[in-house]
Design a protein around this ligand. Structure first.
Ligand code: PEP
Length: 251
C-alpha cells in the first residue's frame, strides 16, 4: 500500500513572512491528517522560516531545485548538503519550467536526483509531455525517455525513495486538468516503465499527478489505481484549498 503524498510547489511566490502566515493557517487544518505525507516546497528564501514553523508538525519541507555539486564556483546555486542542513526531506527536480525556461535536460536531472539521494533527500522527479507532443501521439515515448534519462543514476535499492510526478505540460497553470482516466493511463505506463527499470521496487514508488489540481478535482484523480498523490502549484498557495487537497476523499 503506497502512502499518498500531496506536495505544494509554490514556485516564485511568498516571502519568508508570508510562508509563516500560510503555515499558521494551514497546520491546524491538517493536524489530524496522519495517513498522508504532506510536503511544502517554498522558494529558497523561505526555507528557513518555514522549517521553524513546521517543526513539531508532520508536514515535510522541500526545495524546488538543487545543484548536483556539493560546493564550488556555481554562482546563485544551492547544494544538496545546504538543503539537508535546513531539514529538507524532498526536492523537486526536472520541473517542466526548469526544463523549458532554463534548458535542463535529463542528464542534468539525473545528476541532481543522485546527489539528493546521497544526502538522504527524496527527489520528486517531474516528467510530462507538451501539448504538441501529445497531439503527435508521442506522450509515451516522451515520458519513457524522460524516466530512463532522469532516473539513470538511481540504484535499484534506492528506487523506493524516489517520487515521480507526472505533469502534462499542457495542464500546468492552465486550469486544464487531465481527466482522471487520461492521467491514469499515463501513470500505469509510468509504473510499467519503473518495473522495467527497478523490478519489484517499482510497486513502492509513488507517482503524483500535477497540472491544475484543485479541491474540486482531487478526489476523482486520487481514486485512480496508480495516482498516489498530487504536485500542486496555484491551488497550494491558499491554505484552505491546499488543506482540502491534502484531505482528499475517495470512495
Ligand atoms: C506545478 O507547477 O507543478 C503545477 C502542477 O502547477 P498548477 O497546479 O498551478 O498547474
Amino acid at each position: 500500500m503506497r502512502r499518498p503524498i500531496l506536495a505544494a510547489n509554490w514556485k516564485m511566490h511568498k516571502t519568508a513572512e508570508e510562508a509563516r502566515a500560510f503555515a499558521d493557517a494551514f497546520l491546524p487544518r491538517v493536524a489530524d491528517a496522519d495517513d498522508v505525507d504532506i510536503v511544502i516546497a517554498p522558494p529558497f528564501t523561505a526555507l528557513e522560516s518555514l522549517a521553524w514553523t513546521l517543526r513539531g508538525s508532520s508536514v515535510a519541507l522541500a526545495a524546488q531545485n538543487v545543484h548536483p555539486e556539493e560546493k564550488g564556483a556555481f554562482t546563485g546555486e544551492i547544494a544538496p548538503g545546504m538543503l539537508q542542513a535546513l531539514g529538507c526531506r524532498y526536492t523537486i527536480v526536472g520541473h517542466s519550467e526548469r526544463r523549458a525556461l532554463f534548458g535542463e535536460d535529463d542528464a542534468f536531472v539525473a545528476r541532481k536526483a543522485a546527489a539528493l539521494l546521497a544526502r538522504d533527500i527524496r527527489p520528486i522527479v517531474c516528467v510530462g509531455e507538451t501539448l504538441e507532443q501529445r497531439e503527435a501521439d508521442r506522450t509515451f515515448d516522451v515520458v519513457r525517455g524522460q524516466l530512463e534519462g532522469s532516473l539513470a543514476s538511481v540504484p535499484k535499492a534506492r528506487a523506493e525513495q524516489v517520487v515521480v510526478a507526472y505533469e502534462p505540460v499542457w495542464a500546468i497553470g492552465t486550469g486544464r486538468t487531465a481527466t482522471p482516466e487520461t492521467a491514469q493511463e499515463v501513470h500505469a505506463f509510468i509504473r510499467e516503465t519503473l518495473v522495467r527499470l527497478f523490478g519489484e521496487a517499482a510497486d513502492s514508488v509513488r507517482i503524483q499527478y500535477g497540472g491544475s489540481v484543485k479541491p474540486d478535482n482531487v478526489d476523482a484523480l486520487m481514486a485512480q489505481a496508480d495516482i498516489d498523490g498530487a504536485l500542486v502549484g496555484g491551488a497550494s498557495l491558499d491554505p484552505e484549498a491546499f488543506a482540502r487537497i491534502a484531505r482528499f476523499e475517495t470512495p
